[in-house]
Design a protein around this ligand. Structure first.
Ligand code: NAP
Ligand code: GLV
Length: 315
């Protein structure tokens, strides 16, 4: 049984080593070296070169080594075999940490504390209770629901928006384009955990920002995006920040990655940047997950539907 590993951007050696250690019975092959295309029955990939997977006649399933499959689905030659994405407690916990860290940093006004510290100034800054802030989660999938559970435990008021209606304990939910304005009108801090699809492209724009509520102690609405960069119009984010329509933007993902050095986002005083690391793919945890999936398929078992990508929906 052969697993082809095709990884761009990350360190392929790390993943090859993990797969070989976790499954010594599998033949693990490196897509960077010449290989027999007819040998590959499974592929573990991250942003593989377009066309690579089309040339594998015996391929049975593709394991995407992240939660988002937009880069993979953008390949028009992608063969029609099941695509399995990452749903794993390790990745989910990492994203929830990042979301909660940034919601709390805004809510507890850490920038103001740092600035006061810089002036050696002992100054108490007004900090209302978490329950006075409504966090709006755009995307109530695996990641959105987990972030909601922890934010709810901290006492934040929660609303959520998704394509189909979701029922989530402690979250007032909204669904579809018709209910988007009502969702935005309730939201002080917008946390975006949506996939990149043709429908979500460019939706984080100035019109949408103008529909947000925003809390007084935050200075207005806050945008926190860890979904994908294609969702956001960066020129609109800068314009909205400069016009006071947004108080702050915390961005982990960008229209172009790495974010070009010339981007005005880098130096903007109301922007916090992390380099697409909100929820890193850990080779140990996710390697185990992929090997588990391969073993399930080899045993004729089904993969959890939450992990199987619906190619028509695009996520
Ligand atoms: P998921 O379980 O598939 O959930 C996606 C959510 O988005 C669902 O609630 C879905 O609605 C909603 N949605 C999709 N299209 C929509 C639309 N047009 N309008 C309204 N709602 C829409 O995905 P996940 O595992 O939570 O991951 C979400 C995304 O996070 C990934 O696709 C990836 O882009 C991003 N991500 C980023 C990082 C990072 O490090 N920055 C790491 C991991 C993942 P339904 O519930 O109705 O299906
Ligand atoms: C990372 O961006 C992922 O999609 O897992």
């Amino acid at each position: 049984m052969t697993l082809l590993v095709a990884i761009e951007n990350w360190i392929p050696e790390l993943w090859l080593d993990r797969f070989r250690r976790l499954a010594p019975d599998l033949e693990v092959i490196d897509a960077r070296a010449p290989f027999d295309p007819a040998a590959a029955r499974f592929a573990a990939v991250w942003k593989p070169k377009p066309g690579l997977l089309a040339g594998l006649p015996k391929l049975e399933a593709i394991f995407n080594l992240g939660a988002g499959v937009d880069a993979l689905l953008a390949d028009p030659t992608l063969p029609h075999v099941p695509v399995v994405r990452i749903v794993d407690p390790d990745l989910t916990a990492r994203m929830t940490e990042w979301v909660v860290m940034n919601v709390l940093a805004r809510h507890r006004r850490m920038d103001d504390h740092r600035a006061a510290q810089g002036r050696a100034e002992w100054r108490s800054i007004h900090q209302p209770a978490a329950g006075s802030v409504t966090v709006g989660l755009m995307g109530l999938g695996v990641l959105g629901k987990d972030a909601a559970a922890v934010l709810g435990r901290l006492g934040f008021d929660l609303v959520g928006w998704s394509r189909s209606r979701q029922v989530v304990a402690g979250v007032e939910t909204f669904a579809g384009a018709a209910e988007l304005p009502a969702f935005l009108a309730r939201t002080d801090v917008l946390v975006v955990l949506l996939p990149a699809t043709p429908e979500t492209r460019g939706m984080l724009n100035r019109d949408l920002f103008r529909g947000l509520r925003g809390a007084e102690h935050l200075g207005g609405p806050v945008l926190i995006n860890a979904g994908r960069g294609s969702l956001q119009v960066e020129a609109d984010i800068v314009a909205a920040l400069d016009a006071g329509e947004l108080a702050h933007a915390v961005l982990d993902v960008f229209e172009v990655e790495p974010l070009p050095k010339t981007s005005p986002l880098w130096a903007h005083p109301k922007v916090t940047i992390t380099p697409h690391c909100a929820a890193d793919s850990d080779a140990d945890a996710l390697g185990r997950r992929v090997i588990g999936g391969i073993r399930a398929l080899m045993a004729g078992e089904a993969i959890d539907p939450a992990e199987v990508v619906d190619r028509r929906r695009g996520y």
